[in-house]
Design a protein around this ligand. Structure first.
Ligand code: ADP
Ligand code: MG
Length: 377
């Protein structure tokens, strides 16, 4: 069989990424102008790994997820770029083709469980239906699977609960049912969009743990979306920070927490309370994200950045920075020279945060795209 190009060979390789997003752009035309929701996003996720996408509200996280799942209405939005899932390109795929994959090879859990649970049907019926949409199994077998799934997501007395209506369950339990629904066909890709935001802190931790457990059981590629860098440290392998529709920093979780570089990331990190750090607690990032109708020239973050004076020739105000490798597998979109970024990180977050790691690596790589590989996989 002839392969049209080498990219496709890569995408189909067993060990390659299961999901690969390349230059994804989503625009919504509106009466006030074009809403630039996603402005050229690139990332990939391998089975068994977790990528966290983090950023303030409005940064384009949900639209990115919805575009991958084929849930952005293509009549009202313009979606370009490529989304490769297990060797198939989805942006160009007709809706009927995507429906076959959604709930099967890829599934999504939302902040609000009621957006995927129907209020008038028993949870068991909804779970069985999800299984029977994609697989030829009997109603009885599907019901048994539903009970099994409820038990796996930690619903007590699943044989009784299977006949409950969603409103009979607590918020945390409904979230678990939604996870059960997303996982009933063992999707290889799970996207969780702020799955715990509506829940209290203890339940949040349980749900995050649960996603981690189910991931290792099913070898799922997970994309977890959150505005809170504090909750993903334990489960994410990599973190991509989004701002105004763009990824502004992307690194392994370890590296991102130890040696963040982009001033926006510093702001997010400084607002997490941490016991192990003697911080000069940062004031939250000043100002607000820009209107998606009109992103500022230069660096989209410049109106809120305190460090534009570190860059000559007003570049922050006039030149769009690229997402470049600062170190191997550490991508940063910022004009400030890397050495200076690391000094700023240390002064903002305190010694022991940026400090040690930055000093250890500064001599090894220096600035610019030095490493041969194309960023975090
Ligand atoms: P996040 O999930 O990071 O909070 P979103 O991805 O939901 O942000 O939204 C990104 C931007 O796109 C926001 O400015 C939002 O108002 C806009 N947006 C999202 N969906 C639509 C839509 N269907 N039509 C027009 N604008 C939209
Ligand atoms: Mg969102």
């Amino acid at each position: 069989m002839r392969q049209p190009d080498s990219l496709r060979v890569d995408q189909r390789a067993e060990a390659g990424p299961y999901l690969s997003v390349s230059n994804l752009v989503v625009k919504f035309p509106s009466e006030d102008g074009i809403v630039n929701a996603v402005e050229g996003v690139n990332f990939s996720v391998t089975r068994g790994k977790t990528l966290a996408i983090v950023g303030e509200s409005g940064s384009g996280k949900s639209v990115t997820a919805l575009a991958i799942m084929g849930l952005v209405n293509r009549k009202s939005a313009k979606v370009t770029g490529e989304v490769w899932l297990d060797g198939e390109e989805l942006v160009e795929k007709p809706d009927s083709g995507i429906r076959k994959l959604r709930g099967n090879k890829m599934a999504m859990i939302f902040q609000d469980p009621m957006s995927s649970l129907h209020p008038f049907y028993r949870v068991g019926a909804q779970l069985s239906e999800a299984a029977r949409t994609h697989r030829k199994i009997s109603k009885k077998a599907a019901r048994e699977e539903a009970i099994e799934m409820l038990s796996r997501v930690g619903i007590p007395a699943p044989r009784r609960r299977v006949d409950d209506y969603p409103h009979q369950l607590s918020g945390g339990m409904r979230q678990r049912v939604m996870i059960a629904m997303a996982l009933i066909n063992s999707p290889a890709l799970l996207i969780a969009d702020e799955p715990t935001t509506a829940l209290d802190v203890t339940v949040q931790a349980q749900i995050i743990d649960l996603i981690g457990q189910l991931q290792s059981e099913f070898n799922t590629a997970v994309v977890i979306i959150t505005h809170d860098l504090g909750i993903v440290a334990d489960i994410a392998d990599e973190v991509a920070v989004m701002y105004a529709g763009r990824i502004v920093e992307h690194a392994s979780t370890e590296r991102l927490y130890a040696s963040p570089e982009m001033p926006y990331t510093l702001g997010l990190l400084a607002s997490i309370p941490r016991m192990d750090r003697e911080t000069n607690r940062l004031d939250p990032i000043r100002g607000n994200p820009p209107s998606p109708l009109r992103h500022p020239d230069g660096c989209v973050f410049h109106p809120r950045c305190k460090y534009t004076d570190r860059v000559p020739n007003r570049a922050c105000f006039e030149v769009r920075p690229e997402l470049l490798e600062s170190e191997r597998n550490h991508l940063v979109r910022c004009h400030i020279p890397a050495e200076e970024r690391r000094r700023i990180a240390t002064s903002v977050l305190g010694a022991g945060t940026g400090g040690g790691a930055a000093i250890a690596t500064a001599g090894a790589g220096g600035t610019g795209p030095a490493a041969p590989v194309g960023g975090p996989a």
